[in-house]
Each structure stands twice: as C-alpha cells, then as structure tokens.
Ligand binder design. Structure first.
Ligand code: FHN
Length: 443
C-alpha cells in the first residue's frame, strides 16, 4: 500500500465487500466443487507410456507431446460415461453448494459449441454441448454454477505472452475481441451462470491491458447483473493484479488462495475469499497415477473447517477421466465429506469467522446473524475437556453435540468468563465432530 494515493483510472471501483444478495449467497456456500475436464483428461498425465510428474492439464507444454498431436486429441473426445445428472447428484450428496467448471482451459479447447473457433466440442465424436446439461443438472440440484475460463489460450494464433511489437498489439487486439465474444456466448447460452472464474491472466500481455480488463468486467456485469467475478480477471493501469496500486482488491473476492489456506484472519485483509484445493499434491486434470501424498477425507474436512472459520469457502477439485467417469478415490472423498456434512453442515453453511480466541482442539465458526457458535473439533486433549474462552462479556449457555444431542457433555464455568466442555469418559467418534454453543452477551 503506497503512502500517498495513486490516481488510477482502472483500479478498484469499490472499497470493502459487495453487500448485494448474490454476494451474500456466495458467502453462505461454505463448500464448493471445482471440475477440470478437457482434452488433457484423455491422456491422464501419460504420453507414449511415460508419466509426467506435473499437473496433467499442462501436458501440452511439456514438449514431449507434439502440439500437432495434442491439438488433434479432441477428435477422440467421446465421453460415453458423461452423466451430468449423476455428477450433480454426487455433488449434492457431498454437500456442495457451488460448482466451478472448466469451459476452456489453457489449451483453448472449448467444451461448448463456440462459433468463434472450430476447436470445440462440436468437432468431437461426442458433438453435443457439455456445458448446457451440466448447468441445468446442477442448477436443478440447487447448486450454483460458475464458469471457469482461461484467458491464456495456447492454441490461438493471436494469443501473446507479451506485447513487444506493433504486430503483437494488433494480434492481441484481435484476441481481446475473440475473448469478449467467447464470454458473451457463455453468458448468453447459459443464463443461469452465477459467476465467471478467470485464469491464465498472469502474462504481460494481459497486465498491459488494464483498461480492457476493466471495460470487460463492466460489460460482463451489465450483461448479467449480479455476476460474481474474482480478483484474477483485472489488471490496473500499472499492471498490478488482484490488488491495485493502492492496495485495494479488484474483483468481488480474493482469488489467490490456490492450494493454500490463510493461517489467521489478518491474512485475508477483510476480503471475501475462497480456496481452491486439489486432492493430490498438485494437478487438476485427470492423472492416471496420483503422485505423492493425497489428502484423506478427514484432511479435506479439516481444510473446510479452517476455511469457513476464517470467513472463506473451500472448493475441492475433481478431475474426471476422459470417458466422463470419476476415479474411485474422488468418489470416496465426496461420499465421506457428504456423510460428515449430513450431521455437521450447520457449522459450515451460512457461517462466518467467529472472532474468538483459537484453541488447539480445532476451529470455531459462527452462524451469520445469530449468537450460535460452533466448535469443529479435530484434536481431543488427553483430559477430555475442551476449553472455550469467549471475549469479555460473552457467556456460553448451552453446549450440544451435533448428531447426538443426548450425549452427556457437561459445561463447567471457569475463571475469566471461560468454560470447559467435558466429554464423556472414553468419548471418541473416530471423526471430527461439532459442538454447537448457544451464547449470550451480557448487557
Ligand atoms: O494453470 C492453472 C492450473 O492448471 C489450474 O487450472 C489452476 C486452478 O486454480 N489454475 C492455474 C494455476 O493458477
């Protein structure tokens, strides 16, 4: 943040959070699903019998797949197992409230029948639009849909990483029009879309296009009032991304939390935010062999608790296979998270940062607009007693275990307005559990 305010024409146009109903809904989600699907899903991170130790959706740029081979791969895209109704049912069972789906990743392949290029689903043996039935199925299941769109497009002749010559600028101007046309198509074809999730916006060509990114955002929002767009789209006059030169967020929420979660509330600078997370270490598209550690369901649930406790949402990524089926590990994670959410989702949906002193047993969340607090417990001390230390003048009046209100947990008041919650002897669920606290503020 500079000492003196820098005059910008294309900086942030808002200070503080959006307060409208669409954004308020976004805040209630808690849990989201990301899906990366495209031509790369056919390779699964393997080419010529060799696995690549990196993100499977980047296989085209690792040189070993010749561009001519990769760019014709889509002619084999024929996902006979693709069943959007089943996908939506799995997401609903998992407890997901919003989906972000890759309409076009960096390779440029469009999963909708775009009229702007021939590199689309219409040119595959499958032929049919992927996006429309997906948007419909998820919307029908009560899950909001956000469309992922990569600006960077490896297959487009006018894409530039930088603008060094006049020719670059002319080509990139054509590319900007192409981008705008594609986005217009998406919002026109799928009017249910709640927001756009931009990616591939880190190169100099885009950073030098601050005015265009600004006008594009305004255009898209006029086309679809209420549309939600995170901080990855914009650049300011000076090429700053996410935050403008005055340190203000450009976009409706902070979109930099990729595979990492803030540690404290101070880290989120008062912004809305979500965290997008892979189940394996890295890699978003289908990878036949998951390399390295992959997260257990309990680890993912802990990340969810941590995100919501710091006022954000967690978005868990899935990478379906080229045939449209999900790998068993992802199905298990979805099932486990869903089983947990069935009992404990009161601590996740419509919850926010509680502002209470963090304790070692886990994470607090607070129900928005109510005096209900939740303890999401991951570590039970050997004493079997969980300490709660509300701020001055607050007291806990009742503690209930979610899913088993009859369980005899007792509340003991201690000094400085604190309490101990004593769990029954030998208490163990083998899973994280939630205690709901009713509280009162002394008047
Ligand atoms: O390069 C991409 C990557 O493949 C993936 O799509 C992620 C998702 O957040 N975004 C980019 C890296 O930031």
């Amino acid at each position: 943040k500079p000492k003196e305010k820098i005059e910008l024409q294309h900086g942030a146009h808002r200070t503080g959070k959006r307060t409208d109903a669409d954004m308020q809904t976004w805040r209630t989600y808690g849990l989201g699903q990301f899906i990366h699907w495209g031509a790369y899903s056919l390779l699964g991170g393997k080419y010529n019998g060799e696995y690549y130790n990196g993100a499977a959706e980047w296989i085209r740029v690792w040189n070993k797949v010749p561009n001519a081979v990769y760019d014709n791969l889509y002619k084999q895209f024929n996902p006979q197992q693709y069943n959007p109704t089943q996908w939506a049912a799995m997401a609903k069972q998992m407890g997901v409230k919003y989906l972000t789906f890759t309409t076009k990743h960096h390779d440029g392949f469009c999963l909708w029948p775009s009229k702007t290029t021939s590199y689309t689903i219409a040119g595959t043996p499958y032929k049919k639009d992927i996006i429309k039935p997906l948007v419909e199925a998820y919307t029908k299941a009560g899950i909001d849909v956000y469309l992922y769109f990569s600006v960077m497009d490896w297959s487009h002749p006018d894409w530039r990483y930088d603008l060094k010559t006049r020719e670059d600028t002319i080509a990139f101007d054509r590319f900007k029009k192409f981008t705008k046309d594609q986005l217009t198509e998406l919002l026109t074809l799928y009017p249910e879309t709640k927001g756009l999730w931009f990616d591939g916006t880190w190169d100099n060509s885009w950073k030098k296009s601050g005015a265009f990114t600004d006008s594009l955002e305004q255009y898209l929002k006029a086309l679809r009032p209420g549309l939600i767009i995170g901080s990855r789209l914009r650049a300011d006059d000076l090429g700053n991304r996410h935050n403008d030169a005055n340190g203000l967020l450009m976009g409706d929420y902070e979109q930099g939390w990729e595979r990492k979660i803030p540690k404290t509330y101070a880290d989120v600078h008062g912004n809305d935010w979500d965290c997008v997370m892979t189940i394996p270490e890295n890699g978003w598209g289908y990878q036949e062999k998951w390399l390295g550690h992959w997260k257990t369901s309990n680890e993912l649930i802990e990340m969810l608790a941590q995100c919501v406790s710091l006022g954000g949402n967690l978005v868990v990524n899935f990478g379906p296979k080229g045939d449209g089926s999900f790998r068993p590990e992802e199905m298990t994670a979805a099932k486990d998270i869903g089983a947990w959410m069935k009992i404990n989702s009161n601590a996740i949906y419509n919850c926010e940062y509680a502002g209470w002193e963090k304790q070692d047993w886990g994470y607090y969340t607070k129900r928005t607009g109510e005096n209900k607090y939740y303890m999401i417990v991951f570590n039970v001390p050997v004493s079997g007693s969980l300490k709660v230390q509300p701020p001055r003048n607050w007291t806990v009046t009742k503690a209930t275990l979610l899913g088993d209100a009859t369980k005899n947990i007792s509340l003991e008041k201690i000094d400085y307005g604190g309490s101990f919650i004593h769990l029954p002897k030998g208490f163990s669920t083998g899973k994280p559990f939630v205690i709901e606290l009713e509280t009162q503020k002394a008047t």
